[in-house]
Write a protein of this length. Structure first.
Length: 531
């Protein structure tokens, strides 16, 4: 039986795992590490570097080294989040014809889906090398609060990488699967997931092998990158204060970014960290250097608000679950940012109990995805049933640009729900069905998923025809919508594909190009620099 791999495609690091003897096993990459930096770089000689190799040369090639790709996948170029993101990166973003974010590298335009596929293809190659067989199927995880655009874009990235995605599961849910696999006790669990770019909180109930997601909440633009940015700002501001010089050089900014990341990690285990950046700037008076010490206490003061920013989402998830913090039996921390002592203290104070720390927070999500593959292949000896929820409400645009929710957020999936509507004009022969996702009252403030028309309605006074709109959400959280005129029986349905994103034609072109490149290069110049 062919192995199905589990993949955690992360903002900062990615991980791949597989089931071995009814237990999840993290697959090391070609350098022997259990996680791979989610970094892709293009050199001036035309080579493509991935993971640690790409990361190591980021300082000398910052404008062609892509990172935090997950933060922009499925996003619009003109969004506030992307405007802020552009201020802090050395590489260039551009706008696609449909308004999506694209990368511009060496006069080429690359979609976030294609950039992500490069990382996924590498993880697939690592799995094939480890298993000694071809791998074509995978379970992939996404942040619980990813919308339909982002979920579909992630599936497109996997398709480009030559992977068939059998199931998309939410990262906190996946982590809970990994934690609860060998747990025989029934419990209510809070999964606090702070990764490099996203934050999720999920509340689950585990009972007799059933993993029941009660509620989820989160922010797809809150994560470790924001903590790094605070340290970067501190370094730059301190340098300007002492020297009256703004650091704008891309190479210098990349060096500062790497120093910020290293300092943050070091301060999770030490009370102070030295920052040494020689020759950071050249002036007429000579070269200038940065040599500073940042303490853990300073870091906690400058980032305390970021941790507190996550707590209202925890409140919301508990409220939707009809639980209080004291009702939670176990807290699982997921994502590299949860190693921060301040975050651990605040979560401990919030729930009045210590979080569980015996599983690596950067590996647990991929392990859970591997367990899901074992469930699909019926490799699990005990009955395990996963009941997830939809993170955002779904509905349609109504009169005066209103928004009517048909499926509320935190509804169990898969699910189907129908709601009846009518016409607003006399003798109306068609109705436009504008499918939306979100929580705002006005249609324009929500995410547009699809638009289609139901035609051939019998002429009648306004308010007489009955149009039944049905939403179906599958176990991956992907949506199908249909509209039916009950008097004529005429029906129109649509498998909701994002109104933005790659078209089928674009996707096929990228897949063919990726296949040609793989045939030409094999594993290519990736990660450890060896084919």
């Amino acid at each position: 039986m062919e192995h199905i791999i589990g993949i955690d495609l992360g903002t900062t690091n990615s991980c791949v795992a597989v089931m071995e003897s009814s237990l999840p096993k993290v697959i090391p990459n070609l350098e022997g590490f259990t996680t791979t930096p989610s970094v892709v770089s293009f050199t001036t000689t035309g080579k493509m570097l991935i993971g640690n190799t790409a990361l190591r040369q980021a300082v000398t090639n910052p404008e062609n080294t892509l990172y935090a790709i997950k933060r922009v996948i499925g996003k619009k170029y003109k969004s506030e989040e992307i405007e802020e993101f552009k201020k802090r990166i050395p590489f260039k973003l551009t706008e696609a014809e449909n308004g999506d974010v694209m990368f511009e590298v060496q006069s080429k335009v690359i979609s976030p889906q294609e950039a992500s596929s490069i990382i996924l293809r590498y993880l697939k190659d690592c799995a094939q090398s480890y298993l000694g067989e071809k791998v074509t199927k995978a379970i992939i995880t996404v942040p619980a609060h990813f919308n339909d655009h982002q979920r579909q874009a992630t599936k497109d990235a996997a398709k480009i990488a030559g992977l068939e995605i059998l199931r998309v599961i939410n990262e906190p849910t996946s982590a809970c699967l990994a934690h609860g696999l060998n747990s025989k006790r029934n419990s209510k669990v809070a999964v606090y997931d702070m990764g490099g770019g996203t934050f999720d909180i999920s509340i689950l109930e585990i009972e007799e092998g059933v993993f029941n997601v009660l509620a989820t909440s989160g922010n797809t633009f809150l994560g470790g990158e924001d903590f790094d940015n605070r340290i970067m700002d501190w370094i730059k501001d301190d340098f300007k204060k002492k020297n009256n010089i703004d650091i704008t050089d891309r190479l210098a900014l990349q060096r500062i970014k790497e120093a910020a990341e290293n300092t943050k990690r070091e301060l999770s285990f030490s009370t102070k960290s030295e920052i040494n950046l020689p020759f950071i700037s050249s002036q007429k008076s000579g070269s200038m250097h940065i040599k500073e010490t940042l303490t853990r206490n300073q870091l906690e003061k400058m980032t305390e608000d970021l941790v507190k920013k996550s707590l209202p989402y925890v409140d919301e998830a508990l409220g939707s679950s009809h639980l209080k913090s004291g009702d939670i039996d176990e807290i699982i921390l997921v994502g590299g940012q949860t190693r921060m002592p301040l975050l651990k203290r605040m979560i401990t104070d919030y729930f009045q109990k210590q979080p569980i720390e015996h599983i690596n927070p950067e590996e647990i999500v991929a392990m859970g995805a591997a367990i899901q593959s074992g469930i699909i292949q019926k490799k699990m000896s005990d009955l395990i049933l996963l009941l997830d929820v939809t993170p955002l409400s779904l509905g349609i645009e109504t009169e005066n640009k209103g928004y009517t929710k048909i499926i509320e957020k935190n509804t169990k999936i898969p699910t189907t729900k129908t709601m009846s509507f009518t016409t607003v004009e006399d003798n109306q022969r068609r109705v436009k069905i504008h499918v939306l996702q979100g929580e705002n009252e006005k249609s324009e403030d929500n995410i547009s998923l699809a638009v289609f028309n139901l035609v051939g309605i019998d002429p009648a006074p306004a308010g007489i025809p009955q149009i039944d709109v049905t939403f179906k959400i599958n176990s991956d959280g992907l949506v199908q919508v249909s509209a039916k005129d009950m008097s004529t029986g005429k029906e129109q349905r649509i498998e909701v594909k994002p109104s933005s994103g790659l078209s089928a034609e674009e996707l096929n072109k990228i897949i063919k190009r990726a296949e040609r490149e793989q045939e030409r290069d094999g594993l290519g110049e990736i990660d450890n620099g060896k084919a």
